[in-house]
Design a protein around this ligand. Sequence first.
Ligand code: SF4
Length: 218
Amino acid sequence: MKYNYNLTTKLNILSILYTFFDEFISGFEFVCKPGCNICCTVDIVCTTLEIQFLAKHLKIPKKLPTKYYRPNISINKSAQLYINKKIPPPENSDRSLIACPLLDKHGLCSIYPYRPFACRAMMSRTICQKDREADIHPFLVYVSLTFMQLIEHLDNEGHSANMWDFLTNNSKYFIKNQPFPGIIAPIEYRARIKSMIRRILNLELEDKKLSYYFNLTI
Ligand code: SF4
């Protein structure tokens, strides 16, 4: 699918999605607070568009990570397989859990307003120091997955990869993005996810609803 609008418009839409997500999750309770960064590891997967969103604000660290999780399939490809009742291929990469070099000396994210969606999706109901895993509300897991699907759809001429492969232009690990194949939330969350997507598609940019840009039927 080709879009007839430019990168600036896509970046503006991404910014609208980030803002909507922040508002949407504000009614849920989390224990996360500044300086709590156990989930800030190098295993961050994002899209080309998200890298373009943060690039201007990023100072590439001198010491770059070399070992980190690499996806072998994009979120929408995986969703497509799930919808077709097929099993995605097994992962061939482990999480390294090494601390993200973009944390500053105070333990804060140095690109916080511009961080990729995968970082935004980490919101825990309990303090996650012990096993380094965020305890995410099950409904919010599907909310986040849906946002990742929409971001990939928006960037469907781009790629997905680990953030560090993008930042080092390690293109052999880039995975081609795909359009949104449908909602993958279980039946108990489906109506709420559908209504959330409709709200998103009703938001406006430059006198047009986002449905015009996304070209999606829900
Ligand atoms: S980019 Fe920022 S929020 Fe994301 S893992 Fe790195 S330090 Fe944490």
